[in-house]
Ligand binder design. Structure first.
Ligand code: F6P
Length: 354
């Protein structure tokens, strides 16, 4: 059993609903179950560059935060102590300040750190672990793209937000007989598009894992019109691979705009585009994300107590397990184009553009 008296908690990468549930659960378990002191590290590991900004997380401090989106600790998806960007002599340079971060954690009396973050944050956490910092990880991302865990918290809330948006877009699409293109987040994986698309009754779902053509989408639109359904909902994942004719414009516009424009040109239909953007990361977490966040927070504290440093908590089936961070990072969980969910969607007539 390691000698632990004080732990730090940091949230890194893009925020996700449920972060505060993890912070609250970890703080409560550390104080109530183990009698440890808890320090909140602001803005990911950046918070250890300026240790004076760190503050104690007490039971009072975490009271009432369970239903709140975002993170009370703040976060950044640009901070990396191994490649810290600063300006020297008017020039931007990168410096490795990881030793400073480790020293500052020790100065604060922090014996171990819970790093809550996605793939990028866990990579940094693993590098710090290799340099001697006692770290355990908690996986987070609305994209649900980490292979080490069945689900990440934040994904379920994002699905609710996107499904609600598609439901609303549905009624106006039907009234105006339009093609509506809805662009959603998800980075290089199509989970949000796939699951919210199915839940929202989309007719076409475009994901990075399945190549598509504009002609195919237009065929679906035509078919639907023939059947008397003069409107179509196309859900597009932001990371979708564009067909060659659209590729060169990728940098100029959101993919939803490019695809919507191409559909309008080829189908001569009226098309409208909604890029949902960061509303997908906000809002109060769903009960599922609150419960998963709570289980992860408690499990992370138990992992520290057991000396499981360099490990990350994960959900496998119904159980919370711990996995080696070294094996967990760098493996994206993509949608299987021949998997059961895609096949179920195809079976009910949803097109993937291929
Ligand atoms: O990883 C979460 C995520 O919301 C992605 O879905 C999206 O591509 C990205 O972060 C957006 O990041 P930013 O907040 O820097 O715009």
């Amino acid at each position: 059993m390691p000698d632990i008296r004080c732990i730090g908690i940091a949230t890194g990468g893009g925020d996700a609903p449920g972060l505060n549930a993890v912070i609250r659960a970890a703080t409560k378990a550390a104080i109530l179950k183990y009698g440890w002191k808890v320090i909140g590290i602001p803005d990911g590991f950046d918070g250890l560059i300026w240790p004076e900004k760190a503050f104690e997380l007490t039971l009072k401090e975490v009271s009432g935060i369970l239903p709140r989106g975002g993170t009370i600790l703040g976060t950044t998806n640009r901070g990396d102590p191994f490649h810290y960007k600063k300006t020297e002599n008017g020039k931007e340079v990168q410096r490795d300040i990881s030793c400073k971060v480790i020293t500052n954690a020790a100065k604060l009396g922090i014996d171990a750190v819970i790093s809550i973050g996605g793939d990028g944050s866990q990579k940094i956490a693993y590098e710090l672990f290799k340099k001697g910092m006692k770290i355990v990880g908690v996986p987070k991302t609305i994209d649900n793209d980490l292979s080490a865990t069945d689900v990440t918290f934040g994904f379920d809330t994002a699905l609710h937000t996107v499904t609600d948006a598609i439901d609303k877009i549905h009624t106006t699409a039907e009234s105006h007989h339009r093609v509506m293109v809805v662009e959603v987040m998800g980075r290089d994986c199509g989970w949000i598009a796939l699951e919210a698309g199915i839940a929202g009754g989309a007719h076409v779902i475009l994901i990075p894992e399945i190549p598509f053509t504009i002609e195919y989408i237009c065929r679906i639109i035509k078919e639907r019109t023939k059947q008397g359904k003069d409107f179509t909902i196309v859900v597009v994942a932001e990371g979708v691979k564009l067909p060659p004719e659209l590729k060169e414009n990728r940098r100029m516009s959101a993919v939803g705009n490019l695809i919507g424009g191409a559909i309008a040109k080829a189908s001569r239909k009226e098309v409208r585009i909604s890029v949902l953007g960061h509303i997908q990361r906000g809002g109060t977490p769903t009960p599922f994300d609150r419960v998963l966040g709570t289980r992860f927070g408690v499990a992370a504290v138990d992992l520290i107590a057991a000396g499981g440093f360099g490990m990350m908590v994960a959900l496998r089936g119904d159980s919370i397990v711990s996995v080696d961070v070294a094996h967990a990072i760098g493996h994206l969980k993509s949608v299987n184009p021949n998997g059961e969910i895609v096949r179920a969607a195809r079976a009910i007539g949803i097109g993937f553009g291929d």
